[in-house]
Ligand binder design. Sequence first.
Ligand SMILES: CC(C)(COP(=O)(O)OP(=O)(O)OC[C@H]1O[C@@H](n2cnc3c(N)ncnc32)[C@H](O)[C@@H]1OP(=O)(O)O)[C@@H](O)C(=O)NCCC(=O)NCCS
Length: 225
Amino acid sequence: MTTHALQSPHSLVASSAPAGPAIAAVIRPARLDDIAAIVDLHSSAFADTFGGAFGHGHIDQGARALAAAWRRQGAASMRGMLVAEHEGHLIGTTTLRTWEMGGYDTSAAELAFQEVLGVWGATRSLFALSLLDHRIGHHEGFLADVAVLETYRRSGVARSLLARAEEDARARHKRFLGLYVSASNGGARTLYHSLGFVDAHTRRSPFAWLLFGQGTWHYMRKSLL
Ligand SMILES: CC(C)(COP(=O)(O)OP(=O)(O)OC[C@H]1O[C@@H](n2cnc3c(N)ncnc32)[C@H](O)[C@@H]1OP(=O)(O)O)[C@@H](O)C(=O)NCCC(=O)NCCS
């Protein structure tokens, strides 16, 4: 089970803070010792998805399960993930997944989920997260986990992360980038449009609407040719 798939199509509606001064963040690959900071960031930036997957009163427990799943999977769980660091703090993430990176160790993740959430909690969460899965195409660089700490938003951090992810996708000879964004996430959609992404198709899921309060996502894509 991947917890990156967990974060891909969902989204919290971005804040509408005005643009601030640009921040020169360092963009680098994620490491295992970043896990606690990444999970903190994701559980707040993706609170609706965490609430849907783990229950709204259990977001902290869900975050612990996620961290345990990543630790069990080891370095493979960080494959393709980039972080933005500013003055020693982790302030943003994105993940570029490609077909040849292969899948995640789902049994390790299931065990970690069971340990933290119990059998039924793990089953429920795994079902919820499976609704957000995406099958990555051979020529695709699939983006997920685009998140920036609230106090650092509108300072160009997501733009820098996505520029680096695009560079990495080109280096891997990918022909296009793809991502899912919730129809209600106007801020993120503006960001992706400004970077050259266009709406390719729309995905609707009544189950996802019930669990996550979001039932419609746009698959956006950007050609790299
Ligand atoms: C969406 C998100 C990642 C944007 O991060 P960010 O670092 O603030 O984005 P940037 O500063 O790089 O923004 C670049 C451009 O995108 C657009 N943009 C970004 N956020 C916006 C918002 N809330 N409203 C309108 N436009 C926005 C603007 O055109 C902006 O340029 P400008 O600031 O010069 O006007 C951030 O709001 C976030 O983490 N949201 C919660 C998680 C989420 O929804 N992730 C997307 C999942 S698909």
